[in-house]
Design a protein around this ligand. Structure first.
Ligand code: SAM
Length: 221
């Protein structure tokens, strides 16, 4: 098995037992009922109102069912690509995109871990990681790869690194261990994550509290 395929299998093993079809359906129901969540609204309005997305290409890493991409396309983005390590979203994502009328502009790829294969996809104007760095062990490598694929901006969300979040992550990880699942959550240092982007020539100009999440937006200097 080559590097690419073994990495894909590792990703699916780790993420699919947690990010299942039922998880995808739950997100789709919430999106149909309430629209975007607060952090998702923060991402879309930062990109649409401050960075500018008319005709832009979007790469979302770990984009789940793709609701952020749908809203960006509605606001003028030209096309989006979604990377996922769990294959369990695909049926729901296709239905949600068809219902939204944006499927023609959206494409999806599974089994590519950009941190391990940083050139596996084309560059895009903007790269998004929403609720993803906290699911990935090596946030530095993932954000370096994200920065390498972004022509204009990178936006990511992370949980605050406080006692409550660390306790929640530790409890969640204990549960995963007891259930013999290999998925783990992480509370990486926000400063270290911002430093990765700045080291790659991005200026972290946008810092927003959005519910229990923090939204960071960085543009190429
Ligand atoms: C908490 S879910 C969030 C999904 C979606 N962004 C949302 O907010 O509904 C985290 C997702 O990140 C995906 N993921 C984690 N690391 C990834 C990577 N390196 N490349 C692609 N997807 C990744 C997992 O498969 C999982 O679906």
């Amino acid at each position: 098995m080559d590097d690419c395929c073994s990495a894909a299998a590792d990703g699916a093993d780790r993420y699919e037992p947690v990010f299942t079809g039922r998880f995808a359906e739950r997100i789709a129901r919430r999106y149909a009922k309430d629209g975007l969540t607060l952090p998702e609204q923060g991402i879309v309005s930062y990109l649409a109102d401050e960075v500018g997305i008319d005709g832009a290409t979007v790469l979302e890493i770990g984009g789940g069912i793709g609701e952020i991409q749908i809203e960006l396309i509605r606001r003028g983005a030209a096309a989006s690509v979604n990377l996922e390590l769990s294959r369990a979203y695909e049926t729901v994502a296709a239905r949600v995109a068809a219902e939204a009328g944006t499927a023609h502009a959206m494409s999806r790829r599974t089994g590519i871990d950009l941190a391990l294969h940083p050139h596996a996809v084309e560059q895009a104007d903007v790269v998004i990681l929403h609720r993803v760095v906290c699911c990935y062990p090596d946030a530095t490598r993932l954000l370096e790869a994200a920065a390498g694929r972004a022509k204009r901006a990178v936006v990511f969300t992370h949980p605050p690194r406080d006692l409550l979040t660390r306790f929640a992550a530790a409890s969640g990880n204990l549960l995963m261990r007891l259930q013999r699942k290999t998925y783990r959550g992480y509370v990486h240092s926000p400063e270290a994550m911002v430093a990765v982007l700045e080291h790659r020539g991005f200026k972290a100009e946008h810092h927003q509290r959005a519910g229990s999440w923090r939204v960071v937006g960085a543009v190429h200097d």
